[in-house]
Design a protein around this ligand. Structure first.
Ligand code: 6PG
Length: 475
């Protein structure tokens, strides 16, 4: 009797790898998983009981169990581990086999691996996968980029396991090269921005208005039923209500105020700087995670300067309504900055990104899924070459309507000494973005004054330099 052949192989049976395979098996795809750790393999086989799954601790045996051309996904930590796995795989594969990197690899690494594997006659593509544990199991959002032919071979599997919105799968071919990993990186940058905004909302409401966790839970519950509806608001709503079995205190109140990260937010800011694209809300989110780790120094500084802000001097009910508007406004700014980075990277790297399609596949399964993405999808569907999200009519109307509340919230919070840098950055970014005249003429003058860097003149072609030093006064 012929041995069973499996149609898809996974390297790395951590949360994501295991759940993706189980998701595939639920859709009738026979799958094989490899992990160096026998406990992971045993756990996978146990969870997959009754389904077409098989676990291996021997990589060669796993690759031999696959039907050809083989399709193998790596879900291992970004960086060196990915290259190590590739080196181990190479002697076990044949030309025409497909390797997929489903992790959060830096897009520049994906470019190098793409070339390297192509030279060996292998197909390779990088695919950003979002949705965490539950998404992987029940339906993630996926961003494949690179070898299109290889992706199309596997498209039926990815369509089957993806999250669905209005019956449509949250996966689409993103573009050439490393575009899939690039788009996932920007997804994560937006994720950082939104998480920071929600954290600052918590800061304003617990310190400025003395709301307790139950009140915050109720407030977020209400927000999640309106235009702020999103996965991150939903998650936060639940966090405010969570106590471990038998515990008196909310778990949130026991967690250290030091945020960790794996790097994708920082990469987004770094790349944006390289491409000269302003994304200050996201930058601020990265900086605040870093500042949060300065615990000892912050405690010292609190002792020196006095740490606690004053209570907000506002009407509570009115302020709560305004915060909803302000959070909406800042959320729009965060997506707008991320999408601008996609728009400009698409030109710089020739990705030819379809922003409507990207908004579409972000509407389900991923961490930044949100009601607002329907409006963003509409905006880019109406105008596929829209230069900036803030120029869309319907977004413009919503932003204009929330602006007064946004300004009031930021002003009150800053006056009370509450730290809300991502909110403030969102507002001042907007004010600068819609400035016909920025004060940058002065910067040009300064540059020319001290460094002869030249300047351009309004209404006159060419570059100019002036000797700015005041002439010595005559005796
Ligand atoms: C996702 C998440 C996922 C992961 C982040 C966490 O889309 O499913 O973005 O990729 O949760 O990498 O990132 P940090 O550890 O940097 O917060």
């Amino acid at each position: 009797m012929a041995e069973t052949k499996y149609n898809f192989g996974m390297i790395g049976l951590g949360t994501m790898g295991r759940n993706l395979l189980l998701n595939m098996a639920d859709h009738g795809v026979p799958v094989a998983g490899y992990d160096i750790n026998p406990d992971q393999v045993a756990g996978f086989e146990k969870e997959g009981e009754g389904k077409p799954v098989k676990g291996f601790t021997d990589l060669a045996a796993m690759t031999q169990s696959l039907s050809t051309p083989r399709a193998i996904m790596m879900l291992v930590p970004a960086g060196k581990p990915v290259d190590n796995v590739i080196e181990k795989l190479l002697p076990l594969l044949e030309p025409g086999d497909i390797i997929i990197d489903g992790g959060n690899s830096h897009f520049t690494d994906t470019v190098i691996r793409d070339k390297y594997l192509d030279e060996k006659g292998l197909h390779f593509f990088g695919m950003g996968i979002s949705g965490g544990e539950e998404g992987a199991r029940k339906g993630p959002s996926m961003m494949p980029g690179g070898d299109k032919q290889a992706y199309l071979t596997l498209k039926p599997i990815f369509d089957a396991i993806a999250a669905k919105v209005n019956g449509e799968p949250c996966v689409t071919y993103i573009g050439p090269g490393a575009s899939g990993h690039f788009v996932k990186m920007v997804h994560n940058g937006i994720e950082y921005g939104l998480m920071q905004l929600i954290a600052e909302t918590y800061e304003m409401l617990r310190k400025g208005l003395q709301l307790d966790n139950q009140e915050l839970h109720q407030l977020f519950k209400g927000w999640n039923e309106g235009r702020l509806q999103s996965f991150l608001i939903e998650v936060t709503r639940d966090i405010f209500n969570f106590k471990e079995d038998g515990a008196d205190q909310y778990l949130l109140d026991l967690i250290k105020d030091q945020a960790k990260s794996k790097g994708t937010g920082k990469w987004t800011s770094q790349v944006a700087m390289d491409l000269e694209v302003p994304i200050p809300t996201i930058d601020m989110a990265v900086a605040m995670r870093d500042l949060s780790k300065y615990k000892v120094l912050r405690v010292k500084a609190a002792g020196v300067y006095g740490g606690e802000p004053a209570a907000l001097n506002v009407d509570k009910e009115e302020f709560l309504k305004s915060v909803e508007e302000a959070l909406y406004f800042s959320t729009v700014m965060t997506y707008a900055q991320g999408l601008d980075l996609l728009y400009r990277s698409s030109i710089a790297y020739g990705y030819n990104l379809n922003l409507a399609e990207i908004a579409k596949i972000w509407r389900g399964g991923c961490i930044i899924r949100a009601e607002l993405l329907n409006d963003i999808f509409d905006a880019y569907t109406k105008a596929p070459s829209l230069e900036h999200l803030l120029l869309d009519d319907s977004i413009r109307e919503q932003v204009a309507r929330s602006l007064g509340s946004m300004r009031a919230v930021v002003t009150s919070a800053i006056t009370a000494g509450l730290a809300i840098p991502a909110y403030a950055a969102s507002l001042t970014f907007f004010d600068a973005f819609r400035s016909e005249n920025m004060p940058s003429n002065l910067i040009q003058a300064q540059r020319d004054y001290f460094g002869a860097h030249t300047y351009e003149l309004i209404g006159k072609e060419g570059v100019f330099h002036t000797h700015w030093m005041p002439l010595p006064s005559k005796p």
